[in-house]
Design a protein around this ligand. Structure first.
Ligand SMILES: [Zn+2]
Length: 303
Protein backbone atom coordinates (compact mmCIF):
# COMPACT_ATOMS: atom_id res chain seq x y z
CA UNK A 1 0.00 0.00 0.00
CA UNK A 2 1.07 3.54 -0.74
CA UNK A 3 0.69 6.54 1.54
CA UNK A 4 -0.86 9.57 -0.14
CA UNK A 5 -0.99 13.27 0.70
CA UNK A 6 -3.10 15.81 -1.14
CA UNK A 7 -2.10 19.32 -0.08
CA UNK A 8 -4.41 22.16 -1.07
CA UNK A 9 -4.74 25.76 0.01
CA UNK A 10 -7.55 25.09 2.47
CA UNK A 11 -7.34 21.38 3.24
CA UNK A 12 -4.81 18.55 3.51
CA UNK A 13 -5.98 14.99 2.94
CA UNK A 14 -3.94 11.93 3.88
CA UNK A 15 -4.73 8.35 3.02
CA UNK A 16 -3.63 4.87 2.06
CA UNK A 17 -4.12 3.56 -1.47
CA UNK A 18 -3.52 0.03 -2.74
CA UNK A 19 -1.73 -0.84 -5.98
CA UNK A 20 -4.96 -0.99 -7.94
CA UNK A 21 -5.93 2.56 -6.96
CA UNK A 22 -8.38 1.71 -4.20
CA UNK A 23 -8.51 4.16 -1.30
CA UNK A 24 -8.22 2.15 1.94
CA UNK A 25 -8.37 4.93 4.55
CA UNK A 26 -8.58 8.72 4.60
CA UNK A 27 -8.27 11.66 7.02
CA UNK A 28 -8.47 15.42 6.47
CA UNK A 29 -7.27 18.51 8.31
CA UNK A 30 -7.23 22.24 7.54
CA UNK A 31 -4.05 23.44 5.82
CA UNK A 32 -3.69 26.38 8.19
CA UNK A 33 -1.19 28.14 5.88
CA UNK A 34 -0.29 30.72 8.56
CA UNK A 35 1.39 28.09 10.78
CA UNK A 36 4.91 26.82 10.11
CA UNK A 37 5.65 24.12 7.58
CA UNK A 38 7.20 22.02 10.39
CA UNK A 39 3.86 22.06 12.16
CA UNK A 40 2.09 20.99 8.95
CA UNK A 41 4.61 18.16 8.45
CA UNK A 42 3.93 16.92 11.99
CA UNK A 43 0.18 16.90 11.32
CA UNK A 44 0.65 15.09 8.00
CA UNK A 45 2.90 12.44 9.61
CA UNK A 46 0.28 11.86 12.28
CA UNK A 47 -2.47 11.42 9.67
CA UNK A 48 -0.26 9.03 7.67
CA UNK A 49 0.39 6.94 10.79
CA UNK A 50 -3.29 6.84 11.68
CA UNK A 51 -4.47 5.90 8.17
CA UNK A 52 -1.69 3.31 7.87
CA UNK A 53 -2.82 1.63 11.07
CA UNK A 54 -6.46 1.76 9.90
CA UNK A 55 -5.54 0.13 6.60
CA UNK A 56 -3.23 -2.31 8.38
CA UNK A 57 -0.85 -3.10 5.54
CA UNK A 58 2.83 -2.55 4.87
CA UNK A 59 3.74 0.98 3.73
CA UNK A 60 5.82 0.85 0.53
CA UNK A 61 6.22 4.54 -0.12
CA UNK A 62 4.51 7.93 -0.06
CA UNK A 63 3.20 10.02 -2.95
CA UNK A 64 2.38 13.72 -2.60
CA UNK A 65 0.28 16.05 -4.72
CA UNK A 66 0.75 19.68 -3.70
CA UNK A 67 -0.82 22.90 -4.89
CA UNK A 68 1.50 25.38 -6.62
CA UNK A 69 4.86 24.85 -8.27
CA UNK A 70 6.92 21.94 -6.97
CA UNK A 71 10.30 20.63 -8.05
CA UNK A 72 9.55 16.92 -8.61
CA UNK A 73 13.23 15.85 -8.69
CA UNK A 74 14.50 17.87 -5.74
CA UNK A 75 11.26 17.48 -3.76
CA UNK A 76 11.03 21.16 -2.89
CA UNK A 77 8.06 23.51 -2.98
CA UNK A 78 8.05 26.73 -4.98
CA UNK A 79 6.32 29.97 -4.20
CA UNK A 80 2.63 29.74 -3.40
CA UNK A 81 1.05 33.10 -2.70
CA UNK A 82 -1.28 31.93 0.06
CA UNK A 83 1.28 29.60 1.70
CA UNK A 84 4.34 31.86 2.10
CA UNK A 85 5.80 29.83 4.99
CA UNK A 86 6.05 26.75 2.80
CA UNK A 87 8.36 28.09 0.09
CA UNK A 88 11.55 26.02 -0.28
CA UNK A 89 10.42 23.28 2.12
CA UNK A 90 11.59 19.80 1.11
CA UNK A 91 8.68 17.47 1.84
CA UNK A 92 10.32 14.49 0.11
CA UNK A 93 13.32 14.65 2.41
CA UNK A 94 11.22 15.30 5.52
CA UNK A 95 8.91 12.31 5.01
CA UNK A 96 11.50 9.84 3.70
CA UNK A 97 13.79 10.52 6.68
CA UNK A 98 11.10 9.91 9.27
CA UNK A 99 9.23 7.07 7.54
CA UNK A 100 12.21 5.30 5.96
CA UNK A 101 10.50 4.86 2.58
CA UNK A 102 10.85 6.56 -0.81
CA UNK A 103 8.69 9.62 -1.43
CA UNK A 104 7.55 11.23 -4.71
CA UNK A 105 5.98 14.67 -5.18
CA UNK A 106 4.13 16.36 -8.04
CA UNK A 107 1.99 19.42 -8.52
CA UNK A 108 -1.58 18.45 -7.54
CA UNK A 109 -3.00 18.92 -11.05
CA UNK A 110 -0.32 16.61 -12.43
CA UNK A 111 -0.87 14.04 -9.69
CA UNK A 112 -4.63 14.05 -10.34
CA UNK A 113 -4.01 13.64 -14.08
CA UNK A 114 -1.79 10.59 -13.44
CA UNK A 115 -4.47 9.06 -11.21
CA UNK A 116 -7.24 9.59 -13.76
CA UNK A 117 -5.01 8.25 -16.52
CA UNK A 118 -4.12 5.08 -14.64
CA UNK A 119 -7.36 4.24 -12.87
CA UNK A 120 -10.09 6.58 -14.08
CA UNK A 121 -11.41 8.23 -17.24
CA UNK A 122 -8.07 8.03 -19.06
CA UNK A 123 -7.45 4.31 -18.61
CA UNK A 124 -5.90 2.79 -21.73
CA UNK A 125 -5.20 6.11 -23.53
CA UNK A 126 -1.85 7.23 -24.93
CA UNK A 127 -2.53 10.97 -24.80
CA UNK A 128 -4.68 12.21 -21.96
CA UNK A 129 -5.52 15.46 -20.22
CA UNK A 130 -7.35 16.10 -17.00
CA UNK A 131 -8.82 19.59 -16.68
CA UNK A 132 -10.13 20.48 -13.23
CA UNK A 133 -12.50 23.44 -13.06
CA UNK A 134 -13.44 24.59 -9.57
CA UNK A 135 -12.07 27.46 -7.52
CA UNK A 136 -9.26 27.52 -10.09
CA UNK A 137 -8.47 25.72 -13.33
CA UNK A 138 -5.73 23.10 -13.24
CA UNK A 139 -4.64 20.71 -15.93
CA UNK A 140 -2.18 17.88 -16.39
CA UNK A 141 -1.05 16.21 -19.58
CA UNK A 142 -0.04 12.53 -19.73
CA UNK A 143 1.84 11.25 -22.79
CA UNK A 144 2.47 7.51 -23.09
CA UNK A 145 2.01 7.07 -19.36
CA UNK A 146 4.39 9.87 -18.42
CA UNK A 147 3.63 13.38 -17.26
CA UNK A 148 4.54 16.10 -19.67
CA UNK A 149 7.00 18.48 -18.00
CA UNK A 150 8.67 21.64 -19.15
CA UNK A 151 12.26 22.74 -18.64
CA UNK A 152 13.68 21.98 -15.18
CA UNK A 153 10.63 19.81 -14.43
CA UNK A 154 8.21 22.74 -14.57
CA UNK A 155 4.44 22.13 -14.61
CA UNK A 156 2.69 23.96 -17.47
CA UNK A 157 0.05 26.35 -16.08
CA UNK A 158 -2.67 25.67 -18.60
CA UNK A 159 -5.31 27.33 -16.40
CA UNK A 160 -3.47 30.62 -16.83
CA UNK A 161 -3.17 30.73 -20.60
CA UNK A 162 -4.68 33.97 -21.85
CA UNK A 163 -8.12 33.82 -23.46
CA UNK A 164 -8.94 37.55 -23.56
CA UNK A 165 -6.14 40.09 -22.95
CA UNK A 166 -8.76 42.75 -22.16
CA UNK A 167 -10.17 40.54 -19.39
CA UNK A 168 -9.83 40.90 -15.61
CA UNK A 169 -6.42 40.94 -13.90
CA UNK A 170 -5.47 37.59 -12.31
CA UNK A 171 -3.05 37.04 -9.40
CA UNK A 172 -0.76 35.36 -11.95
CA UNK A 173 -0.11 38.76 -13.51
CA UNK A 174 -2.01 38.23 -16.76
CA UNK A 175 -5.26 39.81 -17.84
CA UNK A 176 -8.04 37.49 -18.98
CA UNK A 177 -6.36 34.13 -18.36
CA UNK A 178 -8.60 31.06 -18.51
CA UNK A 179 -8.97 30.75 -14.73
CA UNK A 180 -9.95 34.42 -14.38
CA UNK A 181 -12.79 33.91 -16.89
CA UNK A 182 -14.08 30.35 -16.58
CA UNK A 183 -13.57 29.18 -12.96
CA UNK A 184 -16.31 29.08 -10.31
CA UNK A 185 -15.18 32.34 -8.62
CA UNK A 186 -14.93 34.03 -12.05
CA UNK A 187 -18.58 33.15 -12.70
CA UNK A 188 -19.59 34.38 -9.23
CA UNK A 189 -17.70 37.67 -9.62
CA UNK A 190 -19.21 38.38 -13.01
CA UNK A 191 -22.74 37.60 -11.84
CA UNK A 192 -22.19 39.97 -8.92
CA UNK A 193 -20.89 42.83 -11.09
CA UNK A 194 -23.94 42.51 -13.34
CA UNK A 195 -26.32 42.79 -10.38
CA UNK A 196 -24.44 44.53 -7.55
CA UNK A 197 -27.65 45.05 -5.52
CA UNK A 198 -28.54 41.35 -5.55
CA UNK A 199 -27.51 38.78 -2.93
CA UNK A 200 -24.16 37.20 -3.95
CA UNK A 201 -24.64 33.68 -5.31
CA UNK A 202 -22.18 30.79 -5.35
CA UNK A 203 -21.32 29.00 -8.57
CA UNK A 204 -23.31 26.03 -7.34
CA UNK A 205 -26.38 28.22 -6.71
CA UNK A 206 -25.99 29.87 -10.11
CA UNK A 207 -25.92 26.45 -11.80
CA UNK A 208 -29.03 25.32 -9.91
CA UNK A 209 -30.88 28.53 -10.84
CA UNK A 210 -29.75 28.29 -14.46
CA UNK A 211 -31.21 24.82 -14.59
CA UNK A 212 -34.56 26.30 -13.55
CA UNK A 213 -34.21 28.90 -16.31
CA UNK A 214 -33.57 31.95 -14.10
CA UNK A 215 -32.41 34.49 -16.75
CA UNK A 216 -29.49 36.06 -14.80
CA UNK A 217 -28.09 32.68 -13.85
CA UNK A 218 -28.55 31.41 -17.40
CA UNK A 219 -26.55 34.42 -18.60
CA UNK A 220 -23.73 33.71 -16.13
CA UNK A 221 -23.58 30.06 -17.17
CA UNK A 222 -23.65 31.03 -20.85
CA UNK A 223 -20.71 33.41 -20.41
CA UNK A 224 -18.71 30.81 -18.47
CA UNK A 225 -19.48 28.15 -21.08
CA UNK A 226 -18.23 30.54 -23.77
CA UNK A 227 -14.83 30.91 -22.09
CA UNK A 228 -14.66 27.28 -21.01
CA UNK A 229 -15.26 26.31 -24.64
CA UNK A 230 -12.54 28.61 -25.98
CA UNK A 231 -10.00 27.22 -23.52
CA UNK A 232 -10.90 23.60 -24.23
CA UNK A 233 -10.89 24.25 -27.98
CA UNK A 234 -7.37 25.70 -27.60
CA UNK A 235 -6.27 22.48 -25.88
CA UNK A 236 -7.81 20.39 -28.64
CA UNK A 237 -6.04 22.44 -31.33
CA UNK A 238 -2.70 22.39 -29.49
CA UNK A 239 -2.58 18.76 -28.29
CA UNK A 240 -5.43 16.76 -29.91
CA UNK A 241 -5.41 14.32 -26.98
CA UNK A 242 -7.34 11.06 -27.22
CA UNK A 243 -9.33 12.07 -24.17
CA UNK A 244 -9.92 15.15 -22.04
CA UNK A 245 -11.50 14.38 -18.68
CA UNK A 246 -13.29 17.19 -16.87
CA UNK A 247 -13.22 17.27 -13.08
CA UNK A 248 -13.75 19.75 -10.25
CA UNK A 249 -16.82 21.28 -8.61
CA UNK A 250 -18.10 23.30 -11.55
CA UNK A 251 -17.91 20.31 -13.91
CA UNK A 252 -20.47 18.44 -11.82
CA UNK A 253 -22.89 20.64 -13.79
CA UNK A 254 -21.11 20.03 -17.11
CA UNK A 255 -24.43 19.28 -18.82
CA UNK A 256 -25.20 23.01 -18.53
CA UNK A 257 -22.01 23.90 -20.45
CA UNK A 258 -21.73 20.96 -22.82
CA UNK A 259 -23.60 22.19 -25.92
CA UNK A 260 -21.72 25.48 -26.08
CA UNK A 261 -18.36 23.83 -25.40
CA UNK A 262 -18.90 21.29 -28.18
CA UNK A 263 -20.07 23.95 -30.62
CA UNK A 264 -16.97 26.04 -29.89
CA UNK A 265 -14.66 23.06 -30.42
CA UNK A 266 -16.38 22.31 -33.70
CA UNK A 267 -16.07 25.93 -34.82
CA UNK A 268 -12.49 26.57 -33.64
CA UNK A 269 -10.72 23.28 -34.25
CA UNK A 270 -11.25 22.81 -37.99
CA UNK A 271 -7.63 21.96 -38.76
CA UNK A 272 -7.40 18.98 -36.40
CA UNK A 273 -9.47 15.76 -36.06
CA UNK A 274 -11.41 17.18 -33.09
CA UNK A 275 -14.19 14.61 -33.54
CA UNK A 276 -11.74 11.95 -32.33
CA UNK A 277 -11.12 13.76 -29.03
CA UNK A 278 -13.38 12.39 -26.29
CA UNK A 279 -14.60 14.85 -23.65
CA UNK A 280 -15.72 12.86 -20.62
CA UNK A 281 -16.40 13.45 -16.93
CA UNK A 282 -13.52 12.62 -14.59
CA UNK A 283 -14.17 9.29 -12.89
CA UNK A 284 -12.40 9.32 -9.52
CA UNK A 285 -14.49 12.03 -7.82
CA UNK A 286 -13.54 13.36 -4.40
CA UNK A 287 -10.67 10.87 -4.04
CA UNK A 288 -8.83 12.00 -7.20
CA UNK A 289 -6.24 13.99 -5.25
CA UNK A 290 -5.22 11.14 -2.96
CA UNK A 291 -5.40 8.41 -5.56
CA UNK A 292 -3.36 10.59 -7.94
CA UNK A 293 -0.77 11.29 -5.23
CA UNK A 294 -0.32 7.53 -4.74
CA UNK A 295 0.04 7.09 -8.49
CA UNK A 296 2.93 9.60 -8.59
CA UNK A 297 4.85 7.25 -6.31
CA UNK A 298 4.01 4.19 -8.41
CA UNK A 299 5.01 5.98 -11.61
CA UNK A 300 8.32 7.03 -10.10
CA UNK A 301 9.32 3.94 -8.13
CA UNK A 302 7.38 0.96 -9.47
CA UNK A 303 7.94 1.49 -13.20
ZN1 LIG B 1 -4.09 33.69 -14.15
Amino acid sequence: MIGALDIGGTKIAAGMVDESGRLLARLDCPTDPTSSVEDAIRRMLEMLRQTASLAGEHLQGVGIGCTGPVHPDKGTLGKVEFMPNWEGANLVQAFSQVLGVSVAIENDADAAALGEWAWGAGKGTQTFMLVTVGTGIGAGLVLDGKLYRGVDGAHPEIGHHVIDPTGPLCFCGAHGCWESLASGPAMERWAQTQHPQAQPLSARQLCALAEQGEPRAVEAVRRTAHYLGIGLANLVTLYIPECIALGGGLMQAYYLFKDQVEATIQRNCGLVPHELVRLVPAALGADTGLVGAARTWLNRYAG
